[in-house]
Design a protein around this ligand. Structure first.
Ligand code: ARG
Length: 446
């Protein structure tokens, strides 16, 4: 029974938050006259001692005491008699809801700057290689040329939304459940605002943010689901970036090299340099997505209010946080150690077929309807394929046959530098646009 029901093996991680919460609760009990000043002092000292011992790894956790809350409270009571008064007006139900909110708040506050460091690594790589042009792909087929910087900045945008989602999630998690008791509050005159303020559950104007319904306060885990959803998106974005890197690092693309520190060899094939960090990031996204699903399934059939099932929430949240923070951190480090193979990128970007759409736009500028221009260039592409030649190597007659509006200057379209300068609408991968976006991000991330 003890083995089956215990949570101390994982919820010990919330010991700092549990002690912080107990101190705030004790201070409130003093304020409303339930503890004497001396009792409060002895509780505070006792908790400080216990915190120091846990911090130094000298505290003996007991499985028989089930969880972090009972372990700490029982030890406190063993040391100071006033410890027996600490749980006045409190239940483990509101206590665990509080601890988890505090724990997530602390971790989210560290995660956001880590996401920004990842964005910085992407921006720095984009800046360093800002002249590199690559084929952009749809359907995994070469489509149109883009700057590598533009490709990388696409991920910077995704991670910006991810950081916003985490901040947003923090906002909603930042409500104090303490005082809700087991489910129905207390008959004692608890000062919930005092506790909330002490624990930093405040709005922008410093006003206390207290859960307004005691039943909701002990049974709600929305904040955990929201975080796991935001984290699943981070994991998915990282997984897609990883997939790009795995492809690019292979001999078929050969666009980038990943530093040895972030690759591994094969135990059998001496030539191998495997992009394990990228692969594991792709792989670990599965458990982060799974954790979100687990939490939703955990909650969906629960009647009001607290049910012991909820103990299963923590490992999902902890694993999500650990996995995502590690992934964000190591990917930022790996990106700082990526080299770009300019020659291979230039060779791929020199494919004139990438500018077939520009050729259609050329006809549009001569007054041809786009559908007609698309068809004309299509027939030209077919002719080039048949002749086994690149588009610009076709004779002028072939252009004229495809459409009478083609003139000599049509060949100018295939100048890649000019082509990149032409893409000037907002959000496009044009030279000036990408420089502007790089400047915007550099400023935003400092
Ligand atoms: N370890 C429990 C959990 O994680 C704490 C709350 C226990 N409450 C109770 N009534 N048994 O949910």
């Amino acid at each position: 029974m003890a083995q089956y029901t215990e949570s101390i093996s994982f919820d010990y991680r919330m010991w700092r938050q549990d002690i912080r919460g107990s101190k705030a609760h004790a201070a409130m009990l003093r304020k409303i006259g339930i503890l004497s000043a001396a009792e409060l002092k002895s509780i505070e000292n006792g908790l400080d001692e216990i915190a120091a011992e846990i911090g130094e790894g000298r505290f003996a956790w007991s499985e028989a005491l089930e969880d972090v809350h009972m372990n700490i409270e029982a030890e406190l009571t063993r040391r100071v008699p006033a410890g027996a008064k600490l749980h006045t007006g409190r239940s483990r139900n509101d206590q665990v809801a509080l601890d988890l909110r505090l724990w997530m708040r602390d971790e989210m506050d560290e995660l956001v700057p880590e996401i920004m460091a990842l964005q910085k690594a992407l921006v720095n790589l984009a800046e360093r290689e800002r002249d590199v042009v690559l084929p952009g792909y749809t359907h995994m087929q070469r489509a149109q040329p883009v700057y590598l910087a533009h490709h990388l900045l696409a991920y910077v945008e995704m991670f910006a939304r991810d950081a916003d989602r985490v901040r947003d999630c923090r906002e909603r998690a930042n409500v104090c459940p303490l005082g809700a008791g087991a489910l129905a509050g207390s008959t004692l005159p608890l000062d919930r605002e005092f506790v909330a303020k002490r624990l930093g559950f405040v709005d922008v104007r410093g006003g206390a943010r207290v859960a307004a319904n005691s039943m909701d306060a002990v049974s709600d885990r929305d904040f955990a689901v929201e975080f796991c959803a935001a984290a699943a998106l981070i994991a998915v974005h990282l997984s897609r970036l990883s997939e790009d890197l795995v492809l690019w690092a292979g001999a078929e693309f050969n666009f980038v090299g990943i530093s040895d520190a972030y690759t591994t060899g094969s135990s059998l094939m001496p030539q191998k340099k495997n992009p394990d960090v990228a692969e594991l990031t792709r792989g670990k996204s599965a458990r982060v997505i799974g954790n979100l699903t687990s939490l939703l399934v955990l909650l969906k059939g629960l009647p009001m209010t607290y049910n012991r099932d909820l103990q299963e929430d923590k490992e999902r949240v902890f694993d999500t946080m650990d996995t995502v923070r590690r992934a964000v951190r190591i990917n930022a480090a790996m990106l700082r150690n990526v080299t770009v193979n300019k020659a291979a990128c230039a060779r791929a970007a020199a494919d004139p077929a990438l500018l077939a759409t520009d050729l259609a736009d050329y006809l549009v500028r001569k007054g041809v309807a786009f559908r007609e221009a698309h068809h004309a260039v299509g027939s030209l592409v077919a002719a080039a394929e048949k002749a086994g030649k690149p588009l610009p190597a076709l004779p002028m007659e072939a252009f004229k046959t495809a459409h009478s509006a083609f003139e000599r200057d049509a060949l100018d379209i295939f100048n890649l530098e000019a082509a990149m300068a032409r893409r000037e609408s907002f959000g496009a991968p044009g030279t000036a646009q990408v420089r502007r976006q790089l400047a915007v991000w550099k400023k935003r991330l400092t």
